[in-house]
Design a protein around this ligand. Structure first.
Ligand SMILES: Cc1cc2nc3c(=O)[nH]c(=O)nc-3n(C[C@H](O)[C@H](O)[C@H](O)COP(=O)(O)OP(=O)(O)OC[C@H]3O[C@@H](n4cnc5c(N)ncnc54)[C@H](O)[C@@H]3O)c2cc1C
Length: 494
């Protein structure tokens, strides 16, 4: 047991760094929190789509929603539309809603399959935020029906880092600007001091590495090995470019369009659209990928496309000696399901929990932290791979390989259980609820081979009637909601 972590130093001022500074200061107000960032290096500046858990973070650190929306040009996000993923010309939605019961006699998807009535429409018609998305409508769920659906945001990542920075500085976090050129170690292998280019030094007891892809402390200094996921997730580059709004409505969802060797994102903000093409250089060269992105834009490009390079995977351990890595410094899955900020949050929550007692955590607690984060990455990896491996596309080598590859054991087992028994198997440390898994299976037409006889406990006519009623109630409720843009304007007072 060492001395208490009185001085906490955060390396990096991107989303991860400022989220960490805000959360640590909120949870441990007596600690001295210092963040070091380099204006010359800047931040990655992408990462504009989120998951509903970001609202928990905002609640924990006391961020006001309207102030946040105004400061970051944010829009609401109900989920994502997947175009050309299940097959060319097809689309499906993964939204943050529920599908009522997912097991037992009243299981909604089970009764839907059993009734098998085309007049019922798609399974998505039974899910409130999917119908809202299809109609471009938005309203926050009423408090008494908060479990009906959830929502997240799209925002400008650079503005978000700035917004969090203002919040953190007001609360007493100290900011040091400068490029770190050397890291000195303690006798036990941990980090002792950071040396800046102008000769200043920064000392601390605990160092949180939020230095982005550089992974300055955990990767470069401590040389923690990399766990490579590129066998399952071969994408390794992204072109990113903002475009002018096309004049069309601001969609309350992210669009992801599958292309020849990857996929393109479209993220609507209030003042522009964020676009990107995530691709694998095993299957396409950078120039062709850039051209494919520019062909996707629905308004003029506002800048030259920017190329980002990455490898999917994570560091073997996330907390080593007195260094904890969060954000891109700890690992990166690809952005298909906007999971990076959620991963930062998961790590932060666990880390803060271990810091609260005021003494450095014992070795078994750190080992549990590392196991927990390894599991979170693996669960999310499985969910992202699911989108690829279920496709009916065979029109290019990427898609042929994605459907023929060996899957991670955990995913192969889940797929087997689903096909054989209709159970949406969950492990510990999940990133996504069964309803999310169901949305991807349904969107790809991947249904169990047999229906559970328990579904027969409900008379067929009763089941049909209940599904019709639910669909019609949802349609009527959504038709009464405002368009997303009007709702945004209403709360922003613009
Ligand atoms: C193509 C792409 C798309 C993405 N899309 C999404 C998405 O839709 N949703 C989502 O949740 N996430 C997304 N992400 C991930 C998201 O961008 C990051 O998780 C998030 O921005 C956090 O980044 P970061 O803070 O870890 O790193 P960065 O933003 O890169 O910050 C690193 C910081 O470290 C500092 N630094 C580095 N080296 C030094 C040094 N030597 N001295 C001093 N300071 C230093 C830098 O100045 C900077 O302040 C995406 C990522 C990529 C690559």
């Amino acid at each position: 047991m060492g001395t208490a972590y009185k001085r906490i130093v955060i390396v990096g001022g991107g989303t991860a760094g400022w989220m960490t500074a805000t959360a640590v200061k909120a949870a441990l107000p007596a600690s001295a929190v210092e963040l070091v960032e380099s204006d010359d290096i800047g931040i990655v500046g992408v990462g504009e789509a989120t998951l509903p858990s970001i609202r928990d973070f905002h609640a924990q650190v006391g961020i006001n929603e309207v102030e946040f929306l105004r400061a970051t040009n944010a829009t609401f996000k109900l989920g994502a539309e997947f175009r050309d993923w299940s097959g060319l010309g097809r689309r499906y939605f993964h939204t943050f809603g529920n599908y009522a019961d997912v097991a037992g006699p009243a299981c909604l998807w089970g009764q839907y399959r059993r009734v098998g009535d085309p007049a019922l429409g798609e399974l998505g018609d039974q899910c409130v935020p999917t119908v809202m998305s299809m109609q471009g409508r938005f309203a926050r769920p009423p408090k008494e029906q908060a479990d009906m659906f959830s929502y997240a945001y799209h925002f400008d990542a650079s503005l978000y880092a700035g917004f969090l920075r203002t919040t953190a500085l007001k609360r007493g976090v100290r900011r040091t600007e400068g490029r770190i050129v050397e890291v000195t170690r303690r006798a036990d292998g941990g980090v002792d001091q950071l040396k800046l280019a102008d000769g200043r030094t920064v000392s601390g007891d605990l160092f949180v590495d939020c230095s982005g892809f550089a992974s300055l402390l955990l990767g470069r200094t401590l040389e923690e090995p990399w766990v490579d996921f590129s066998h399952w997730l071969p994408v390794d580059r992204a072109w990113a470019v903002p475009s002018a709004p096309s004049g069309a409505a601001i969609t309350p969802y992210t669009r992801s369009t599958a292309l020849e060797a990857g996929w393109a994102w479209r993220i609507p903000l209030t003042d522009r659209v964020g676009n990107g093409h995530v691709f694998s250089t095993r299957y396409i060269d950078e120039d062709r990928a850039r051209k494919q992105l520019l062909e996707q834009l629905d308004g003029p490009a506002l800048a030259e496309p920017r190329l980002l390079r990455f490898t999917t995977g994570h560091r073997e351990r996330f907390w080593v000696h007195n260094v904890v890595a969060l954000g891109l410094a700890s690992g990166f899955l690809e952005p298909l399901e906007s999971t990076s900020i959620m991963l930062i949050q998961r790590g932060l929550l666990k880390m803060v929990d271990l810091l609260k007692p005021g003494v450095p955590p014992a070795a078994p607690a750190v080992a549990a932290y590392n196991r927990g984060m390894t599991n979170v990455f693996a669960r999310i990896r499985d969910f992202v791979v699911l989108h690829y491996c279920l496709t009916a596309r065979r029109d290019s080598q990427l898609w042929r390989d994605m459907t023929a590859m060996d899957l991670p054991d955990t995913l192969a087992f889940r797929l087997h259980v689903w096909r054989q028994t209709g159970v949406l198997r969950q492990y510990g440390e999940e990133g996504f609820e069964p309803a999310s898994w169901l949305a991807i299976h349904a969107g790809n037409g991947n249904w169990p081979e047999h229906l559970d006889p328990v579904f027969n406990e409900v008379p067929l006519d009763e089941a049909r009637q209940a599904l019709r009623q639910r669909r019609d109630q949802i349609a009527a409720m959504v038709a009464a909601m405002p368009l997303h843009e009007d709702y945004l304007r209403g709360i922003l007072g613009k």
